[in-house]
Design a protein around this ligand. Structure first.
Ligand code: ATP
Ligand code: MG
Ligand code: MG
Ligand code: MG
Length: 473
């Protein structure tokens, strides 16, 4: 029988425990003490200060299973959900770290050992990439491990190409950085897509499973790279992607955990076709939304709360498309606890609270979803390729359609949204509000729910994430 995701989590941790790693718990999705970051989007987030040298943990090797969210913020995979076999908004990242201890040789050897000897993946289906100038990593793969040179791809940095491979990692414009090596799995020639580095690498044939980052430089304000006194290793492997491989399926949405969630979403929406894309989106979104609420976020009109609202409303729109116009989404929590409750006891512990928060948002959006969809249809019928910004704004302002939701619906019909026009309409309304002395709407949380919310001190965004917040509205 194939390995369950639960077994894969524990195999991973046991393997690295056996290599003298300390097992640490997952940090919450809302990063502690880091106002510059919207969400925890990788395993290294909780170790940022360790890499920067301002924090010393009591160990030099660690491993964990980190819950991650890539929706809003610098890493945003929300628009990939339902379109690729390999992207979620919420996913679990298996990671191992060296804080100035082991480096490239051990990191690569252990990754290979776990994949090919413990889990017995066929080495012929694995492909690796290294940073273009990282001969050291190339030689380890080629000479020590025995990966043939024609299956080691040299990759550069692709700044500005969000979905292109990029094998140079950096925390920020200055500070720790270094080359990566990534491991890909070939799901077979019957699936469209090219190898990493090729023009059609964004397909689902060669799927990236594990990224090993070698932090070996400290970038100076003038751009110079100084060697770090104690190089570090930071790795991340997508649990759902490795589970797909180990369970002999192609897509993440076909693994045990997702099959169950999808069947439950089908039952709750009265859908027969289990391959329906909307079911995948709902199954993805219930994980993101539940964990956001558990980690202290509630739907609101700004910042993190608005990301949550956007994801819930997207899920509800998919339920609506399947013909479910009654609140159903909060009822996905029970099945979620079935499949993830063992790994995350907080799901069951906060069940009622999460259900109430989701249901309140369902009820709120139910008031306008139906009429908003009618308006959308009218607008779409007369749109010549593009939904005018004014209409997107009306959907936003009157019907509570976040603009990314409108864009998502438009995309399904081969249309676009005039985003600049939307922003302009928004700006005009702000001006009018300012002129008449009214200030922003604030949150629309029921006071009772807001009071229960664990206090998350929100200090505002800085640096790059500030740009992200602007586009949220
Ligand atoms: P991709 O190129 O496929 O979008 P990535 O390069 O953005 O992945 P990394 O930032 O390197 O991903 O994260 C480490 C690992 O986490 C990836 O190798 C992959 O296994 C997993 N991963 C990344 N993004 C997602 C996602 N949206 N959903 C599921 N797993 C993911
Ligand atoms: Mg990505
Ligand atoms: Mg990648
Ligand atoms: Mg990567």
């Amino acid at each position: 029988t194939p390995l369950s995701t639960q077994q894969i989590r524990s195999d991973f941790l046991e393997f690295f425990r056996g290599k003298a790693h300390t097992i640490v718990p997952s940090a919450p999705l809302v990063p502690a003490n880091d106002p510059t970051l919207l969400f925890t989007n990788s395993g290294m987030v909780q170790f940022k200060n360790v890499f920067l040298g301002s924090e010393k943990p009591g160990y030099v090797r660690a491993a964990d299973v980190q819950r991650c969210l890539r929706a809003g913020g610098k890493h945003n995979d929300l628009d990939q959900v339902g379109y690729t076999a390999r992207h979620h908004t919420f996913f679990e990242m298996l990671g191992n770290w060296s804080f100035g201890d082991y480096f490239k040789v051990e990191a690569i050897e252990w990754a290979w050992e776990l994949l090919t000897r413990v889990w017995k993946l066929d080495p012929e289906r694995l492909l690796v990439t290294v940073y273009q100038t990282d001969d050291e990593a190339f030689d380890i793969w080629n000479t020590r491990i025995g990966v043939p040179a024609d299956r080691i791809v040299r990759i550069g940095d692709n700044k500005g190409a969000p979905f292109a491979s990029d094998n140079f990692w950096q925390m920020a414009d200055t500070g720790p950085c270094g080359p990566c090596t990534e491991i890909f799995y070939d799901h077979g020639p019957h699936i469209p897509g090219g190898p990493p580095g090729s023009p059609d690498e964004d397909g689902d044939r060669f799927i990236e499973i594990w990224n090993l980052v070698f932090m070996q430089f400290d970038r100076q304000p003038d751009g110079n790279l100084l060697p770090l006194p104690a190089p570090c290793v930071d790795t991340g492997m997508g649990l759902e992607r490795i589970a797909a491989i180990l369970q002999g399926v192609h897509g993440n949405y076909e693994i045990d955990l997702f099959r169950y969630l999808i069947a439950q979403a089908a039952a709750l929406t009265g859908t027969e076709d289990l391959g329906n894309k909307s079911l995948r989106v709902i199954a993805d979104h219930i994980r993101a939304c539940s964990f956001l609420v558990i980690d202290g976020v509630l739907p609101s009109n700004e910042g993190r709360g608005y990301v949550l609202r956007r994801i819930i409303r997207r899920a509800l729109r998919h339920g609506w498309m399947l013909g479910q116009k009654q609140p159903f989404f909060h009822r996905m929590l029970a099945p979620l606890i079935e499949v993830m409750g063992d790994a995350y006891p907080e799901l069951a512990a906060k069940r009622e609270f999460v259900e109430r928060a989701l249901k309140a948002e369902e009820e709120r959006f139910a008031e306008t979803l139906d009429s908003g969809m009618r308006i959308f249809d009218e607008v779409a019928a007369r749109a010549a390729g593009t939904i005018p910004g004014e209409d997107a704004f009306r959907l936003y302002d009157t019907y509570g359609f976040p603009v990314d939701l409108t864009a998502d619906i438009a995309r399904e019909r081969g249309l676009e949204v005039d985003m600049a026009g939307f922003q302009a309409a928004m700006e005009r309304q702000r001006e009018t509000a300012r002129a008449s002395g009214k200030f922003g709407g604030g949150t629309t949380l029921p006071a009772e729910l807001a009071a229960q919310l664990a206090p998350t001190v929100f200090l505002g965004y800085e640096a790059t994430e500030a740009d992200d917040v602007e586009v949220l509205a």
